[in-house]
Design a protein around this ligand. Structure first.
Ligand code: ADP
Length: 192
């Protein structure tokens, strides 16, 4: 069984009288342990595809099975629970909580999962160590560089031990040296 099985996915956006068909019968299989990049021109539907894969957006047609679960039958509550358990998200603009330090930001997915405080602190600290930020746990996002903020968001994405790590232009806000470091980190994590 593939980790991701998308078949005949359709997604259109209505803009006044126009309909933009962003995904036209898109199919994709991804196996466990694969690292896949979706590439294409701006406007070709990459973000739409990632939003469907991340269950943030529902397709108009087609079928999607994630890790054996037929997600089209799920309601919003079931979907948010599935995302919390199975998917780690990394975004271009980090999406960290500004008033929370690095450790607290990484704890957040475990708060939603109902994990005890002692377990949360321990696992968040381990995840930050994994991304090379053991010495920055009490820093606020504003006290971290862009590359470090993205590392915090990668630690947060990993902390519930997801089956899938999804990143939409994760280096889009970083300079080229930092981009190299963040991509290296993804490669390392993938190898693990
Ligand atoms: P990419 O990520 O490859 O740049 P997108 O998935 O963002 O492409 O967009 C695919 C197409 O769908 C584009 O033509 C875009 O203008 C259109 N689109 C995306 N999101 C919306 C939306 N919320 N409303 C209307 N059109 C949209």
């Amino acid at each position: 069984m593939s980790l991701i099985e998308l078949s005949g996915i359709e997604k259109s956006y209505r803009m006044g009288d126009n309909v933009v068909r962003a995904l036209r019968g898109a199919s994709l299989s991804v196996e466990r342990g694969e690292m896949v990049a979706i590439m294409g021109a701006s406007g070709s539907g990459k973000s739409t595809m990632l939003n469907v894969i991340g269950t943030l957006d529902r397709p108009d047609g087609g079928s999607y099975v994630l890790d054996g679960e037929a997600v089209e039958s799920y309601d919003e509550v079931q979907l948010s629970e599935l995302r919390n358990r199975k998917i780690g998200f990394v975004f271009q603009s980090f999406h960290l909580v500004p008033r929370d330090n690095a450790l607290e930001n990484v704890e957040l997915p475990m708060v939603y999962a109902g994990e005890r405080a002692s377990v949360r602190k321990k696992r968040a600290a381990e995840a930050l160590a994994r991304v090379g930020l053991a010495d920055r746990m009490d820093h606020l996002p504003t006290q971290l560089s862009g590359g470090q903020q993205q590392r915090v968001s990668i630690a947060r994405a990993l902390v519930n031990d997801p089956v899938l790590l999804l990143a939409d232009e994760p280096t889009g806000a970083l300079d080229s040296a930092t981009t190299g470091q963040v991509m290296e980190l993804f490669t390392e994590l993938h190898a693990q």
